[in-house]
Design a protein. Structure first.
Length: 144
């Protein structure tokens, strides 16, 4: 496989990320999701990355930092991750995660969190291989 480039998220990546997300989730394109990615890319605190293969975005990891709350202090969160299905299993998600881990380690972040559906066994397995385990949090939901 040709070399994969891991680089910072740019505004123009939003369409590719939205497309990959739609393929993975089997949903229609979400304009709001795309706008959120564009806004995140423009922010000075952009800590998200994409994987590029042959000049095309084939994966992404969207992350952010929280400076405190609920007793955990400064922490990082992986909001979403995705890899183009035909590129899955080739280490792209791991390469994105390693870049994120390196970045946050240099910034003094001690904990990185994410949230995964209990029935997403492939995603749970992926995060377990990266060293994630259950946290002290319980996800809560309020239906509106």
């Amino acid at each position: 496989m040709e070399q994969v480039l891991i680089r910072n998220l740019k505004t123009e990546d939003a369409a590719d990320i939205a497309r990959i997300n739609s393929v993975i989730t089997k949903s229609q394109g979400d304009g709001e999701f795309r706008r959120m990615i564009e806004e995140l890319a423009r922010s000075s605190g952009n800590m998200s990355y994409v994987a590029e293969h042959g000049g095309k975005v084939v994966g992404y990891m969207i992350t952010y930092v929280l400076l405190g709350g609920f007793g955990i202090g400064k922490s990082a969160w992986i909001a979403t991750v995705g890899v183009e299905p035909k590129f899955m299993g080739q280490g792209i998600g791991k390469a994105l995660a390693e870049k994120i881990f390196d970045l946050y380690s240099k910034k003094g972040v001690k904990h990185i969190y994410t949230s995964v559906r209990w029935d997403s066994t492939d995603l749970l397995s992926f995060f377990k291989t990266l060293g994630f385990d259950r946290s002290n949090f319980i996800n809560l939901k309020k239906k509106m």
